[in-house]
Design a protein around this ligand. Structure first.
Ligand code: T6T
Length: 318
């Protein structure tokens, strides 16, 4: 018996000599400042823990390109996967393969299924945890800012990526609920989907403006949507007439706040998402309990506070 206990202790100790742990972070796409900043947080946590985190992703935000990356990552047998799933439904089965191969999954930024993990309900219940901003609340913050800027009249629309993405669906939902509550006479036009392409978002602004002369504002629900909408406003010579409320904080959006083209942006804290994503996966791998959800915060950026170093530290890395 004593011999058995000694063997078990030895095996438990050997299971993970710290430096043996290798996680892979799969972003929505590799070149987005949001995910680049998230990776910095992930690397900071990896350094603190003495483990390795690889960053491996696709060049565009869509499941068709993300799933083969995921398959290759699973085949490389990492100890754990952190992923920002690019579709709530389409990533469920591909991620199940990871769990079946004994690789725990943490989702960062976006979720699969209903985002409520480990509660025994739903097809996509199996990830260990979900680390992200509160995206419904983010959309509501945007709506409040929009109502303050335009009053209770005119039309607005949401410039969005694609339906089926948990984050941007929730931002749109929060925005529409906020408009209905705070400035109910504002007419919300049909959402324009740009497939994460800022040029498409800019062109869509011109088209919406042409058929809606009372257009008073646009909410850009992520980095490329916001950037494109702002560029569209500028190209149409509507800066100052049409309010732009943005989501995300790359330097390009901050410059548009400085110039007055964008009224406000809601900066997420991607560094924290990456940091706590790694800590959570590590805790799970080393036998510690983890919460099924960790929420991270926002920093609202406007012309009034953008010079403050405490605000500037949340501008994304390029
Ligand atoms: O807004 C972020 C992220 O939260 C969203 O899921 C996808 O778009 C971004 O990466 C910004 O481009």
């Amino acid at each position: 018996m004593r011999k058995l206990i000694a063997i078990l202790v030895l095996v438990a100790g050997m299971a993970f000599a710290q430096s043996d742990i290798r996680l892979v972070l799969i972003p929505g796409l590799t070149t987005d400042a949001f995910y680049i900043t998230m990776n910095k947080g992930a690397q900071a946590a990896a350094k603190a823990l003495g483990i390795t985190v690889d960053f491996q992703g696709a060049p565009n935000f869509n499941p068709v390109e993300q799933i083969p990356v995921l398959d290759a990552v699973i085949a490389s047998k990492p100890d754990g996967i952190l992923i920002a799933p690019t579709d709530k439904v389409q990533l469920v089965e591909p991620l199940r393969k990871a769990v079946e191969a004994g690789i725990p999954v943490v989702t960062v930024d976006t979720f699969i299924d209903d985002g409520k993990y480990q509660d025994g309900a739903g097809d996509g219940d199996f990830p260990v945890s979900y680390i992200a901003s509160d995206n419904v609340a983010g959309g509501m913050i945007a709506a409040r800012a929009m109502c303050n800027a335009i009053g209770n009249a005119g039309s607005v629309y949401v410039s969005n990526v694609n339906p089926g993405i948990s984050t941007t669906d929730q931002r749109e939902e929060g925005f529409k609920a906020g408009i209905a509550e705070i400035c109910p006479d504002v007419h919300v036009l049909e959402t324009q989907f740009n497939e994460d392409d800022s040029s498409t978002a800019a062109a869509q602004f011109q088209a919406v403006l042409a058929s809606n002369p009372d257009l008073a504002g646009v909410f850009g629900a992520n980095l490329f949507s916001a950037l494109g909408a702002a560029n569209g406003v500028e190209a149409a010579g509507k800066g100052g007439d049409v309010t732009v409320i943005a989501f995300d904080a790359p330097q390009s959006i901050v410059d548009q706040i400085d110039s007055g083209l964008v009224d406000m942006t809601i900066a997420q804290h991607p560094f924290e998402i990456g940091y706590y994503g790694v800590i959570t996966a590590y805790a799970n791998l080393t036998g510690n309990p983890v919460p099924p959800h960790i929420g991270t915060g926002y920093t609202v950026m406007t012309k009034d506070n953008i010079a403050d170093p405490e605000v500037q530290k949340f501008i994304y890395s390029e």
